[in-house]
Design a protein around this ligand. Sequence first.
Ligand SMILES: [Zn+2]
Length: 330
Amino acid sequence: MQGQNQPEPKPFVLVPIPKDEPQRSRAMTFEKFSGLTGQMELEFKVVSEFLFVGSGGYEFDPNSRADQPDVWHTFYRRNGQICVPGTSLKGSIRAIVEAISNSCVLQTRRGERVSSRSHQRCEFKSVEQSQICPACRLFGTTGLRGRVNFSDAIPTGNAKLQVEKIHELWEPKKWTNARRFYELKNFQPSPNRRPERNYRFVEAVPKETCFVTTLNFENLSHAELGLLLYALGLEPKDGRYTHAFTPKLGGAKPRCFGAVKFEPKRAKLLRYDDWLAFLNPKILEGDELISFVQTCLQSCQNENLLHKDSWRTFVSGMKPKQEPCPRGNY
Ligand SMILES: [Zn+2]
């Protein structure tokens, strides 16, 4: 039997930094339109027990009883409505793109360092001299504007909010040469709602809550858009696409919060003639959209933008597990 102070099984998968160097190439410029420019409307549904995206703010109940939440961290809001900020979506998707495309490591957790010299963050000085990894080419780096962003994601219906009690999130800080992603396991609710030390309350939306966001992109190749679609959890299958995993967003990921399933709903591609005059945008929906998504995914594979070993490690680690998430330390 596990002792009181015995750590629980770890809730994350490690994706090792590959031995081979990132595939760096020259940065794209914005001078002319080339490739794909437009928007893709995406819906995502919460598939873990809860999703919590904090704002850093909190609320309190001055009349709370001893067995009720007294202070809780609030869900992010814009103009009074809850939403998942586009920057938060971008951060989560970028981390996945970095891992599955063998890109540089832009952000490290406090106390962690990347020992691989070839994976230090890309430096941009000028387009002519640039050697930029796939993730930095898409999302940008210091001095280089990104070509991708997400709009704030709004709930599609009336989102129910509930206050949940979770154990504080002390992460093991280790020097590592791998990227860490949190798995999809079962949330263990706290046996009571009493405020106590080392616990916090968070305002979260439950499973099945749906949001919509728009992915905006500029001058992407089909392969690059495909890489983004892989990072959203899609993979090609029999001329269509299927879901390979569910990415995680927001906070309390080690408590098994935050897994969402993305579904492309509509794409709008800008078109222009030889004189660069804009024509009506092309709208893709239904089967046309499915085949476009599949083409992008396939082209990402064909152009070797997807790092196959990392993708396999990532996807097998992210498979849902019928195991409890740690309630306390791990
Ligand atoms: Zn980079």
